[in-house]
Design a protein around this ligand. Structure first.
Ligand code: SAM
Length: 514
């Protein structure tokens, strides 16, 4: 579908063509779209709906978007009648060497974003991606990415700047008509090449396979919903004094999510229930990019000619649940390799998924190793935990690792390795804890980034299990509890050094150990 939606003829666009809006600006080079501009699009349906239903949000012409950054374009803001959080568009057309970027958020968060190094140190752009893929037509899927070279596990496939980032609160706070108008204004403010790339993206969502006759606003919204990613807020959270984490911000963590769309090959990645690649959003600069970029990494070796895929959904669902979700939310029937297997194979896979969920639950519940919480359904799966002790928990953790491996859940296996590492640390088996922690670091860095808190914790565990908070922690307590002697499980002592100090050849220890 690369060229199904040809470049939009800008000559027909008045309201969204910022050059036509007149010098109603914020300062040098800044133009501001008013509410009238936003609705002056010929989209009478939207306007009628807006006027007739506007009990929830309203435009705020009076608001002055923030100083501190020279945004090329801003719009009028909208906010909920009952709230003071006004959402506006903030566009910087010169961002990333003229690539441009738009945000829909509050003035406070826009100021935070503009303070990130990717804005303040303009030399930082994404690294040029070596051509590891080509964009081709894939039967039944539209366009997709095909590997042109062998891509080893863990390597960067591509990284991209977002086109548009929408503060998730917008969807709760504003009337739909208002936020889709802001979306259209945000895209219209981008540099023309970028705008054209956006309008070339897929519209094959459940809402619209037919785009003829869609207004610019509706087309923009369809493209966004077909191609957007959810991304979590920056981790670890900034200190509370920072405007982004100010006490006025809502407490629900879901409110901190962002909805992000990329007019780049990233938006051409198709879904697979057992994908060979995964994505993460790097807020901060690192070896893979300048920060504020989406990074796609291979989670297993990819061979030339293979399609590069990601999962659009939580893969820990049965085939029936996955297919239903993809059909209702994304509008396509999934025919990936896993979904297309024989009935027996699918049942085996579904059973493994149930076991994974159950093991995760049991292993995450610290100290609940007496089986008292295990219900009938789980017992039927064979996890009779009545007499389970700490030793069984390490076996359960290893079973969890095996199940992830059998299922090919390479983008999620980090958590199984981390669980196994902690369980072995809890019982004081240093070498096993280190082995699993090292794997957790390798796989965690791919999907979460090296700076992630849990990846750093695993690095510490791999380096010094004896110093980790979980080391020999009591079976009924949490990590980091004091050693009180008798409830400890026997395990390795912290070595003074890794050689034999007493001059013996170490045979005794070896014999004991084996
Ligand atoms: C983000 S786009 C992916 C790129 C898209 N194929 C294109 O041509 O630009 C998402 C859309 O691609 C299609 N798609 C993605 N994965 C698919 C799959 N496994 N099977 C069928 N269609 C798929 C669906 O139409 C979906 O709404």
């Amino acid at each position: 579908h690369e060229n199904v939606y040809p470049d939009v003829d800008e000559s027909h666009s008045h309201a969204y063509d910022h050059k036509a809006c007149g010098p109603e600006g914020l300062g040098d080079g800044s133009l501001r779209l008013s509410a009238a501009d936003i609705f002056g699009t010929g989209d009478t349906d939207a306007l009628t709906y807006y006027v007739g239903n506007n009990t929830r949000s309203h435009p705020r012409e009076d608001l002055t978007p923030p100083s501190g950054h020279n945004w090329s374009h801003t719009t009028s803001c909208f906010n909920r009648i009952s709230s003071n959080d006004a959402f506006c568009v903030f566009t910087d057309t010169s961002y990333a060497d003229g690539h441009g970027i738009s945000f829909i958020t509050t003035a406070q968060r826009a100021a935070y974003l503009a303070s990130l190094p990717t804005f303040t140190s303009p030399s930082t752009t994404t690294k040029p991606n070596p051509a590891k893929y080509t964009i081709s037509s894939i039967p039944g899927k539209g366009l997709g990415l095909i590997a042109t070279t062998r891509i080893p596990r863990g390597s960067l496939i591509l990284s991209s700047h977002p086109t548009l980032m929408i503060d998730y609160r917008v969807f709760d706070e504003l009337l739909r008509t208002d936020y889709i108008s802001l979306e259209a204004a945000a895209i219209s403010s981008l540099p023309q090449a970028h705008r054209s790339a956006f309008f070339n993206l897929s519209t094959q969502s459940k809402n619209a396979n037919v785009t003829d006759g869609l207004s610019r606003i509706a087309l923009t919204d369809t493209i966004i919903t077909t191609n957007a990613f959810d991304i979590p807020p920056p981790r670890p959270s900034p200190p509370p004094s920072h405007p982004y984490a100010s006490p006025q911000e809502p407490g629900d963590p879901a409110d901190d999510l962002w909805y992000t769309v990329f007019a780049s090959p990233i938006s051409r990645l198709n879904h697979d229930c057992r994908p060979n690649a995964d994505y993460r959003f790097d807020w901060n600069s690192n070896k893979d990019g300048p920060g504020l970029v989406q990074v796609i990494t291979a989670v297993r070796d990819i061979l030339p000619g293979e399609e590069i895929t990601i999962s659009y959904i939580n893969p820990l669902k049965s085939r029936q649940a996955r297919q239903k979700h993809l059909r209702t939310v994304w509008g396509f029937n999934c025919s990936c390799e896993l979904c297309s297997r024989s009935r027996g194979m699918v049942e085996e896979s579904d059973r493994r998924i149930r076991l994974i969920k159950e093991l995760r639950r049991l292993l995450r519940e610290e100290g609940k190793d007496d089986g008292s919480k295990v219900g009938r359904g789980e017992e039927e799966e064979g996890w009779m935990t009545g007499s389970r002790g700490q030793g069984d928990r390490t076996k359960m953790a290893e079973s969890l690792v095996n199940l992830y491996e059998m299922e090919g859940l390479w983008g999620m296996i980090f958590e199984a390795y981390a669980i196994a590492a902690r369980e072995y640390s809890i019982v004081g088996e240093a070498w096993m804890a280190m082995k699993w922690a090292e794997l957790a670091v390798e796989f965690g860095a791919m999907v979460l980034g090296e700076g992630d808190e849990e990846v750093r914790e695993m690095k510490e565990l791999a380096r010094d299990p004896w110093g980790h908070g979980s080391w020999r922690s009591r079976k009924s307590g949490g990590y980091g509890e004091e050693d009180e002697g008798e409830d400890w499980i026997e395990g390795d002592e912290r070595p003074e050094c890794f050689g034999v100090e007493d001059g013996s050849d170490g045979e005794d220890e070896d014999e004991e150990g084996w």
